[in-house]
Design a protein around this ligand. Structure first.
Ligand SMILES: C[S@@+](CC[C@H](N)C(=O)[O-])C[C@H]1O[C@@H](n2cnc3c(N)ncnc32)[C@H](O)[C@@H]1O
Length: 500
């Protein structure tokens, strides 16, 4: 018997919403062939039947669920098979459902082979394969309506899914439900999307809804969605906009409206952007104030002050973490033991766990894991540096500057301004406009924003006049020097008034 893979039931109002997204011409045509690609207990089948569809087929791999559904719907064709290697001559007008979500690593062996075969890599989620298989089984003009995690919008390994969607047709509707609690127990960030398969060149505008409120009930989501789709306007619960279908220009997809900057330069043209130093074993290398009093002269020389995400307060930094930097200058355990006795005593307790860390071949168990950009950072030591957490949950940007000779730890990204006033850059990066612009560049990961070297390097900075840059720099300096966060709105206004 085959066990269920990722069975989670979809609430009826969400299913009704999805069935309601089927185009009018298909609704009114008695011959419309509809497929549910993983029936579970048949909630989609039930709603489809009630809506008047006659030609409905279901597929279910799990034996118990198959038996349950086929006895509940004796007049429908339910196939007991694996959707991913199902060979059929049939093609469908509509494929609808809630496919299984399960990362490659957690799949049964046989299923791994099938997913890798379809998607072409071993880092995918099974739902990527479901999307690709479904697109293949659609007729020309056919519609795929799925509820799936948001990850395929940005994951590197889902690029092939995004390519196929673009190549085989277009997205007509995307409803971004974020982390709204829809399913029992599970709480992924989900989107409902409607894809239309066609080779026609002109693609209609994509309608995008994004929830403003994570506490919506499925019933409310249902009624609000149709209101928004009918009025083409945002509501109290959904932001709405229309945009061109994603194209090759959009490496990552996003549900935030595009923010256009006409006259600009790139951040990488005026600043150095890089990732921080990774110890790979925080406990062993962190030195407290008390411990510092026990260090000898050699040991003192290895101390390194670092900014971590928790020290980024927005505009300014507060505090630092002090580490002992054990790198290749110390090549043997004996040397460590003899010349750095306090450190040795501290880290030897962790020897076993530290030895199983991932380390490049030429490193010993007591070495730091990755001293990324260390040489560069030494050069920048006495320059103003702006830090930002790699992943940030706060609702306003936390770009934080320090003028101290201090280093970035692995959980922050560092920006070293070169040809621009650091205060101007700091102010602009903390502005409202920049946050919206950055979100429109596809940087959301659930409730967090991801600040990556790649996206940050290529962000556009508007070409403000010198006077405006100076004004922004002046206010930012006031905020920075006096911790006057209330002045932030002045920067927001200045940026907005002077963009484009
Ligand atoms: C997330 S559940 C959704 C069930 C149902 N459609 C609903 O919305 O309530 C996914 C379903 O797909 C089935 N499934 C998983 N892998 C499958 C496969 N390779 N072929 C067919 N069905 C599969 C699971 O057993 C499960 O019933």
């Amino acid at each position: 018997m085959v066990g269920p893979i990722a069975f989670v039931e979809t609430p009826e109002p969400i299913v009704s919403l999805m069935v309601g997204l089927i185009s009018e011409d298909k609704k009114s045509d008695a011959k419309t062939a509809v497929l549910d690609s993983g029936t579970g207990k048949g909630v989609f089948l039930e709603v489809l039947q009630k809506a008047g569809y006659k030609d409905i087929v279901g597929v279910e791999l799990d034996t118990e669920l198959y038996e349950y559904t086929s006895s509940k719907f004796p007049d429908l064709i339910i196939q007991h098979l694996d959707y991913l290697d199902w060979i059929t001559n049939s093609q469908y007008d509509v494929i609808i459902g809630n496919p299984p979500y399960c990362h490659f690593n957690s799949l049964p062996r046989q299923m791994k082979i099938k997913v890798a075969d379809i998607v072409g890599n071993k880092e995918s989620d099974i739902y990527y394969a479901f999307i690709m298989k479904s697109i293949e089984l659609l007729k020309d003009g056919g519609e795929l309506i799925y509820i799936v995690p948001y990850g395929f919008f940005f994951n590197t390994y889902a690029k092939v899914v995004r390519e196929i969607i673009k190549r085989e047709g277009y997205l007509e509707i995307v409803i971004d439900l974020d982390e709204t609690r829809i399913f029992d127990g599970e709480n992924p960030e989900t989107v409902i999307f409607k894809f239309v398969k066609t080779q026609q060149e002109t693609k209609p505008q994509l309608k995008v809804l994004r929830t403003k409120n994570r506490n919506l009930s499925p019933r409310k989501i249902n009624s609000e969605t149709f209101d928004v789709l009918n009025t083409h306007a945002s509501s109290s619960t959904f932001d709405y906009h229309e945009r061109e279908m994603f194209s090759d220009k959009n490496v990552i997809w996003t549900t935030y409206p595009e923010k256009k900057i006409n006259d600009f330069y790139l951040l990488k043209d005026v600043a150095w952007i890089g990732v921080g130093l990774v110890s790979g074993f925080e406990k062993a290398y962190t030195i407290t104030k008390e411990e510092k009093t026990s260090l000898n002269e050699n040991e003192n020389k290895l101390l390194l002050k670092c900014i971590k995400a928790k020290h980024c307060k927005g505009f300014w930094t507060e505090g630092f973490t002090e580490y002992v930097l054990i790198d290749k200058r110390i090549s043997t355990e004996e040397e460590l033991k003899e010349n750095y006795p306090f450190f040795y005593k501290k880290i030897v307790d962790y020897k076993e766990s530290m030895s199983v860390r991932y380390l490049p071949e030429n490193k010993k168990w007591f070495h730091w894991q990755a001293l990324r950009n260390f040489e560069k950072l030494k050069v920048f030591k006495n320059q103003a540096k702006i830090y930002v957490p790699n992943l940030d949950r706060s609702t306003t940007n936390r770009f934080s500057m320090s003028l101290e000779p201090i280093y970035p730890s692995g959980d922050v990204l560092t920006i070293v301004p070169k040809d621009k006033d650091p205060y101007f850059l700091l102010g602009y990066l903390n502005s409202h406009f920049f946050r919206d612009y950055y979100l429109s560049a596809g940087a959301r990961r659930g409730q967090r924003i991801s600040f990556t070297q790649r996206i940050m390097a290529n962000i556009k900075i508007p070409n403000f006049s010198e006077t405006i840059e100076e004004k922004i720099a002046k206010i930012t300096k006031e905020i920075f020097d006096g911790k006057k966060i209330s002045l932030r709105t002045k920067i927001n206004d200045l940026v907005l008034e002077n963009i484009n």
